[in-house]
Ligand binder design. Structure first.
Ligand SMILES: [Zn+2]
Length: 150
């Protein structure tokens, strides 16, 4: 994995901005947009039958579950793309924490330097599916587990 390129950042930015404007609209207009994207000539009746089967299901499910949280995550991701976030866009903050040897004891620092450099970048496949993903898959699972306990 590597740091996203400028071209990739521009792509994620346009996805995020489109999703953010969809989220801020009502579900109706979002459905219209989804329809237009999937089937140009579909009628309104057709839409009702068809439901959202053809739409990006992950995106739909995510925002129905927790629209407000998704909006927040998208806004934060956009801030990171603009360099105003708490960490670099595309990096996992918990991996960054693990890779930060400055907080470790000198002995551990040496060990960390000798070992393989930690990969802090979220895989591109994940970012393309969820550009606002905050964590790598491994840390996402840790986060969700922590949330269930809390
Ligand atoms: Zn991570």
């Amino acid at each position: 994995m590597s740091k996203p390129t400028k071209t990739e950042l521009a792509k994620y930015k346009s996805i995020l901005e489109r999703q953010l404007s969809s989220l801020r609209g009502d579900v109706g207009s979002m459905r219209d947009e989804a329809l237009r994207a999937s089937e140009q000539d579909a009628s309104v009746d057709h839409l009702a039958d068809q439901g959202t089967d053809n739409y990006d299901q992950g995106f739909m499910l995510g925002l129905i579950e927790n629209e407000g949280e998704t909006i927040k995550h998208i806004e934060e991701a956009l801030e990171r793309i603009h360099g105003k976030g708490d960490w670099d866009f595309g990096a996992c903050p918990l991996c960054l924490e693990e890779a930060d040897t400055s907080k470790k004891k000198p002995k551990e620092q040496k060990k960390a330097k000798a070992g393989k450099a930690l990969d802090v970048w979220i895989p591109k496949a994940r970012l393309e599916y969820l550009p606002w993903a905050r964590f790598c898959v491994r840390h996402q699972e840790v986060e969700e587990r922590n949330r269930e306990i809390a």
